[in-house]
Write a protein that binds this ligand. Structure first.
Ligand SMILES: [Zn+2]
Ligand SMILES: [Zn+2]
Length: 285
């Protein structure tokens, strides 16, 4: 393994899963979503052209699964032209080092996310005291030490374009993390939202296990700036996406997506912001 790149010292396999684990969905002919335990990865690109990118890099220990899903869809020995990260949480970069070593492709993230991806800064510790049940209580076992991707990680272009995804633009959607981005394609109004909002109530272990559909704010125990998170959801709602893949939960489209986002924007304080927790200050605005 390349010496300059390494996972954080608390990196480990997390024994959490859901009924969607291992399942792939072709959301659009060129947008494929696959669930690794509890988190989604996306392969964006038409299987006939072989030009595609991977969005996010799954849970720890999932590289073999990601590589085989990729080869199933794009052919033996195929590899993406780049990996785009919505943000650097452990469940979105879990297999990134094995993937870099296997594919030798560039990785892109927002510049405000780079300190967490180059070993400089740890994410704030998950808040196990936040209102929100069992997953929050499990959260202290989640890795939060920064990984170090050295010079394998690059900043997303400042003009909003997404490398190797023409017609797609990245949108800064901070709140869940400082450099969180979502990817939007104007032509068909498709959205990859990362954890800016999710379609499962992650605070309920039961709902994570069963993937019960429910549009929700970002995962509570890891979100540190709720006002920014609210603004980000407003930004995404204003784009009027017709289909959305989120970091957690099932893809959503049409009226269910429109109504769900609308409700999330207008009732963000009730739906998304926890009543208590160390990153909560409901009186701040
Ligand atoms: Zn996250
Ligand atoms: Zn996540």
């Amino acid at each position: 393994m390349d010496k300059e790149i390494s996972y954080g010292s608390d990196y480990k396999f997390i024994p959490a899963t859901s009924i969607a684990s291992g399942i792939g969905i072709e959301v659009l002919p060129d947008l494929y979503c696959h669930t690794i335990q509890i988190v989604n990865i996306c392969l964006v690109g038409n299987p006939e052209t072989k030009n595609f990118v991977l969005v996010d890099a799954g849970m720890p220990d999932s590289a073999n699964e990601i590589i085989s899903v990729t080869e199933e869809r794009f052919g033996a020995n195929s590899r993406p032209q780049a990996i785009i990260l919505t943000h650097g949480h452990f469940d979105h970069v879990g297999a990134i080092i094995e993937l870099i070593n296997h594919w030798n492709v560039p990785v892109y993230a927002h510049e405000l996310e780079l300190p967490f991806l180059t070993g400089k800064l740890s994410y704030p510790e998950p808040d196990p005291t936040v209102e929100g049940g069992l997953v929050a209580k499990m959260s202290p076992m989640f890795p939060n030490e920064p990984i170090n991707l050295g010079d394998h990680i690059q900043t997303l272009p400042s003009d909003g374009s997404v490398p190797h995804l023409s017609g797609c633009r990245w949108i800064h959607t901070p709140g869940h993390t400082p450099g969180h981005v979502s990817l939007f394609r104007d032509q068909d109004r498709s959205l990859i939202a990362g954890d800016a909002f999710i379609t499962v109530k992650q605070d309920s272990l039961y709902k994570v296990l069963t993937q019960e559909m429910e549009i929700n704010g970002p995962p509570r125990y890891l979100t540190t700036d709720w006002q920014a998170a609210w603004e980000s959801v407003k930004t995404l709602e204003a784009l009027k996406p017709t289909v959305a893949v989120t970091g957690h939960g099932k893809p959503l489209s049409g009226e269910m997506l429109a109504n769900g986002l609308n409700k999330l924007v207008s009732e963000f304080e009730q739906i998304a912001i926890p009543d208590y927790g160390k990153y909560v200050n409901k009186n701040r605005h």
